[in-house]
Design a protein. Structure first.
Length: 335
């Protein structure tokens, strides 16, 4: 499946990363309402089209994860959204899970659903231009979680999803996210994330997934957002690299981190340090949603017709993260 490997390398070439623009209508509605913009299909499309047609796309963004609504939309110039993304030199992708639901047998945990009818949906998305997909499993750290049931169930679902996606000639993004919410220490995050990722790869191998044709999208190793045990950015980077070296098979070509509750600058700084200390063969880049879009969204909300100004804000954030993916970022560049 060398064509899948080639897609991965194209998405992550020269420090490029992935724009996660796959917010569900509900999530996007909350984001727009938070900045006092009505959440209509037209406004959701306008914001995304503004980003997708920016120069930062060509220079920095190797892939865009879309939502079902967006992949079927056309721009104001009657160009299909996947065509616009491809025209900008990026690769269109699609979120294919149907969300995290309560895990039967462990009501405080979640299992991601969406395997039913997945093959048929993938065929449609492939025709629409998608070259890669995304599925997210979520795990919480408490005294008793993540449980073995949660770790096993989500790993199994991620593996089945990945096998079906590769069968449909697309690259699966495998996203096991150990959430930042909680009082846990960075050491606990390290231990639980290692356990989660190892189990995911056990299942991926069991399901005969070609590891050269996937992208792993993990969390960084961070203390919980309510933890008193914070660690330095350098420690975040070193623990994250250690975790991945010990958990991820060498065949995996690329790792694109999620930002997971970090601020824009934090997510960029940590990515930069990860690449500074990276002594592996893994490409380590980014797959950010809020950490790429939040400043642009705030700016845009003041005047949704100021396309150029909004793009300037987005282009800056995209450039900062692409520099960080090459360990060339510094705080001085943020001025």
């Amino acid at each position: 499946m060398s064509e899948l490997h080639d897609i991965v390398l194209k998405i992550l070439e020269r420090g490029k990363g992935i724009l996660a623009a796959d917010e569900s209508t509900g999530t996007m509605t909350k984001r727009l309402e938070n900045v006092n913009v009505p959440s209509t299909p037209e406004n959701r499309l306008l914001f995304r089209e503004t980003l997708f047609s920016s120069s930062g796309m060509s220079d920095c963004i190797g892939g865009v994860i879309l939502y079902d609504e967006t992949i079927k939309q056309e721009t104001s110039k009657k160009i299909k959204i996947p065509e616009l993304i491809s025209k900008m030199g990026s690769t269109p992708g699609i979120k294919v899970d149907t969300g995290a639901k309560v895990l039967a047998g462990s009501p405080n945990e979640k299992i991601t659903e969406g395997l039913d009818g997945l093959r048929e949906r993938l065929k449609e998305y492939h025709k629409l231009g998608a070259k890669f997909t995304k599925w997210r499993g979520v795990y919480i750290i408490t005294k008793n979680t993540p449980s073995r049931l949660s770790i096993q169930s989500n790993a199994h679902a991620l593996a089945r999803y990945s096998a079906i996606v590769q069968e449909c000639k697309m690259v699966p993004i495998v996203e096991p996210e150990v959430l930042m919410d909680g009082e846990h220490s960075a050491r606990e995050c390290y231990e639980k994330t290692s356990e989660v990722i190892k189990k995911c790869f056990d299942e991926l191998i069991l399901h005969k997934v070609d590891l050269k044709g996937i992208i792993l999208k993990p969390n960084m190793i961070l203390a919980g957002n309510k933890s008193k045990d914070k660690i330095s950015n350098e420690e975040v980077a070193k623990l994250t690299i250690k975790c991945l070296k010990n958990s991820v098979p060498f065949e995996v070509p690329g790792i694109a981190f999620l930002s997971g509750g970090q601020s824009e600058i934090e997510a960029t700084e940590n990515l930069n340090l990860i690449n500074k200390y990276n002594d592996t063969d893994f490409i380590m880049s980014y797959s950010y949603g809020r950490a790429l879009q939040q400043s642009a969204l705030k700016f845009w909300s003041k005047n949704i017709k100021d396309i150029e100004g909004t793009q300037k804000v987005f282009n800056h954030r995209a450039k900062m993260n692409t520099l960080a993916a090459q360990s060339k970022w510094s705080k001085d560049l943020e001025v």
